[in-house]
Ligand binder design. Structure first.
Ligand code: GLV
Ligand code: MG
Length: 349
């Protein structure tokens, strides 16, 4: 067994020391692009100004014959683009593919100084994070990097789901976890062909009102992803790791996309993936606290003083616990407002 003290020692001679805390920065949307597609690549500098995180995708959705072009395209884009405060991430190929090792080697040695986070798909357990952790340390040492590259796992296998707590705790590099509803549905053998969102067949029905079993029985659609997201959020929060909802692939259904994102936000997620520019604004709106909630939180925190005791505000009792809920909202609002003058004005903090 590794000693707890070892967790904060580099895993390779010359590698940077592991971080003790994940540095916070806005993570409301991870915008995916295909670095092998010249049209998309050309838009990267402009899109990067509008998003919190931009991610060069090397895994699914990239054709086999384009895998190398995507990797090299990402190197080229990263070298010539100034991303400002926007984070640059990549999603490497899965660890059981023939490309993952070359993805890591090329990207860390060529653009490791620009890459903030490496997203690892189909993570099944702590062993996958340990593997990436050690290789990253070796490559960081080789590249002379002075800060560690962080790791984000996609939760998209039944094994990964079963081991989500140990995945989150596997390394000080663990920055966050995203839900991958498509792969996860397949791995679990769920009988849905949708990528994220609800399903009209997943419902509860009112009891019969008489002999006719079809008469007067309202049905209510339920959330297929509730258990999964809630479990992911708990595992992340317990380990100071950020939870994100993943893809919503019905690009035209912006209304259901907003619903899915909002459910994730309310349950504790900090952001979601955007697969099309239309989803960027949805994520920005949903994952930034509502100004009305911020105003209420401010009122409660001011009225509560040192946080002890209880106060009545508009007929509702507020105490230490509800004050802490308000502080969650205020902390996020303040952090986002620091980067966004429109939010700063809307929140009036
Ligand atoms: C994302 O990668 C998913 O499988 O949903
Ligand atoms: Mg997937």
């Amino acid at each position: 067994m590794r000693s707890a003290k070892d967790f904060f020692r580099p895993l390779a001679v010359g590698a940077p020391a592991p971080l003790r805390e994940i540095p916070w920065s806005p993570s409301r949307m991870i915008h995916f692009f295909d670095p092998s597609n010249p049209k998309m690549a050309a838009k990267v500098p402009e899109i990067a100004t509008k998003v919190d995180i931009i991610l060069g995708n090397l895994e699914d959705a990239i054709k086999t014959e384009n895998k190398e072009a995507a990797r090299l395209g990402l190197v080229e884009i990263a070298k010539k683009t100034d991303f400002g405060q926007t984070q640059l991430w990549t999603r490497i190929n899965s660890l059981d593919s023939p490309w993952a090792l070359d993805d890591l080697t090329t990207l860390v040695t060529e653009i490791g100084d620009k890459l903030d986070v490496i997203m690892v798909p189909k993570v099944e357990g702590a062993q996958d994070i340990h593997y990436v952790d050690r290789i990253l340390a070796q490559l960081e040492a080789r590249a002379g990097l002075t800060r560690p590259i962080l790791v984000h796992a996609i939760l998209e296998t039944a094994e990964g789901m079963t081991n989500v707590e140990e995945i989150c705790a596997a390394s000080p590099r663990m920055q966050g976890v995203s839900l991958g509803p498509a792969d996860l549905a397949a791995s679990r053998r769920m009988k849905t062909t949708r990528v994220g969102g609800g399903h009209p067949g997943y419902l509860v029905r009112q009891d019969p009102t008489g002999d006719d079993l079809t008469e007067g029985r309202s049905t209510y659609q339920q959330d297929l992803w509730h258990y999964t997201i809630a479990r992911m959020v708990d595992a992340c929060a317990a380990n100071d790791v950020l939870p994100l909802y993943g893809p919503f692939c019905d690009i035209l259904d912006v209304v259901a996309c907003e619903d899915q994102f909002r459910n994730a936000f309310l349950l504790g997620c900090v952001g979601a993936w955007s697969l099309h520019p239309v989803q960027i604004d949805i994520a920005k709106r949903v994952f930034s606290p509502d100004p009305a909630d911020v105003a209420h939180a401010k009122q409660v925190v001011e009225a509560m003083g040192d946080g002890s005791g209880a106060v009545m505000i508009n007929g509702k009792m507020e105490d230490d616990a509800s004050c802490k809920q308000c502080l969650v909202m205020l902390d996020l609002a303040r952090a986002l407002a620091e980067r966004d003058p429109d939010l700063a004005a809307a929140y009036d903090l």
